[in-house]
Design a protein around this ligand. Structure first.
Ligand code: HAM
Length: 419
């Protein structure tokens, strides 16, 4: 029996990969405008990094990590997200010594042992961005403006931004206790999961999708009514800045995030088109994380987008599959050698040229040129070799013109409008 891939981990095949490249290119273009530099970190880290940052009582750390021992007995984990590894690298490489403000972005695979379904996979890909060192609420708004700029650039409109504030170590403990007190009297109507976690992670109960839990928590105290002065002021100014920048948003005081490092602003870009997996991007502020991981006391804010979900939102949009500039159809051994040399020469000059290697009939070669959607086709046989002239066919216009073989490259560059 042949060996198959792993459940929830997908191949990205030619024909699909164009959508991925389209998204990656749009993200790179937009992020560069805002001054973000790319950072690449390993896909494996010490397990402790994720336990300490994401939080011991989160679903990710409790149930979803790919953790294993290496041959020396070290506990390692395939990264379930990008923020913690980027902060680890930021601290370890003392990037703060170069510049007190860092704007970093990353893209790559993440791993979570979740139940696979549409939009949810075990190996998935994130494009993320993080700003370190700025406390000003304007930066929260700018990160969100950049996110919405990306969606515009990618032509994805079926998304909306929801924001919330999760408070800080000053005000969250009191809110947490208020919520526990509220839940304690209603345990019977909560699902088993929520009954188990209402003491360890009561905010997660607000996020539970089970109808009974949703109903029970409909009247739960709102985090926004329990923010300290500093958090309330920060959140108010984030909203003012978003209005100044004309970035549309709505408040969702029930939004909690599945990672413990968040403080103050938290947000999600949600869509109505993907069923249960409705978050296409998510993030927030993590003002204590860098210090918790042994770095300086610097604030941070960022987000990550799920690339698979973005690709699903692009749907069947026609993206330019790479089309050859020229297909060389050759008849006979001599012509085939000439075509091969011409093709190599064109490739060295930067043109995408293709030919047939199997001595097929002219008809079969033209069929292949059509299948590849080649822009031009050059037909060379014995006669053309003798004349050093050959017909160049414009496949889009359906026209044909005899050209000197020596001028092929120059003419193609002209016709394709390339410098
Ligand atoms: P997250 O909400 O866990 O946040 O993930 C961000 C996004 O990754 C989600 O909104 C979703 O689009 C995508 N995603 C998550 N899990 C899966 C999955 N199993 N399959 C497919 N897509 C998935 C974070 O990871 C934070 N590090 C974001 C962040 C950056 N916060 C601050 N900076």
């Amino acid at each position: 029996m042949s060996i198959t891939g792993i459940k929830g981990m997908n191949d990205i095949l030619p024909g699909e990969v164009e959508a991925w490249q389209f998204i990656e290119n749009a993200a790179r273009r937009v992020f560069q405008i805002y001054g973000f530099a790319e950072i690449r970190v390993p896909v494996v880290e010490k397990t402790e990094l994720f336990c300490r940052s994401i939080g011991e009582t989160t679903d990710i750390v409790e149930k979803e990590m790919y953790t294993f021992e290496d041959k020396s007995g070290n506990s390692l984990t395939l990264r379930p997200e990008g923020t913690a590894p980027v902060m680890r690298s930021y601290i370890q490489n003392k990037l703060y010594a170069q510049d007190p403000i860092a704007k970093l972005y990353y893209l790559g695979p993440m791993f979570r042992y979740e139940r696979p379904q549409k939009g949810r996979y075990r190996q998935f890909h994130q494009i993320g961005a993080e700003v370190i060192g700025v406390e000003d609420p304007k930066i929260d708004a700018q990160v969100l403006a950049m996110l919405s700029h990306f969606f515009e650039e990618a032509g994805i409109s079926d998304v909306s931004l929801q924001i919330n504030s999760l408070g800080c170590p000053e005000c969250r403990p009191a809110y947490r206790q208020t919520l526990i007190d509220f839940l304690k009297d209603r345990l019977d109507s909560l699902c088993e999961d929520c009954r188990r976690r209402y003491l360890t992670n009561p905010l997660r109960v607000l996020d539970c999708k089970v109808p009974g839990c949703k109903e029970t928590t409909a009247l739960a105290p709102s985090v926004l009514d329990h923010l300290c002065g500093n958090c309330a002021d920060h959140f108010g100014r984030v909203q003012d800045a978003l209005k100044d920048l004309a970035v549309p948003f709505s408040l969702n005081p029930r939004m909690v995030r599945g990672l413990d490092y968040y403080t103050k602003t938290a947000f999600e870009m949600v869509t109505g088109s993907l069923g249960a997996q409705n978050a296409v991007a998510a993030g927030g502020r993590y003002d204590g994380l860098i210090q918790d991981l042994g770095g300086p006391a610097l604030p941070g804010i960022g987000f990550a987008m799920g690339v698979e979900r973005l690709v699903l939102l692009l749907g069947d949009r026609q993206l330019d599959a790479p089309r050859p500039d020229l297909f060389l159809a050759a008849l006979g051994e001599q012509a085939s050698r000439k075509a091969f040399a011409l093709m190599s020469g064109l490739q060295r000059k930067g043109l995408h040229a293709e030919m047939d290697y199997e001595g097929k009939s002219l008809k079969a070669q033209l069929r292949r040129a059509g299948k590849l959607q080649s822009r031009y086709v050059l037909i060379i046989g014995e006669d053309e070799l003798a004349r050093q002239m050959a017909p160049l066919r414009d496949m889009d216009a359906g026209t044909q013109q005899d050209i000197p073989l020596s001028e092929l490259g120059e003419l193609l560059f002209q016709k394709l409008g390339r410098p």
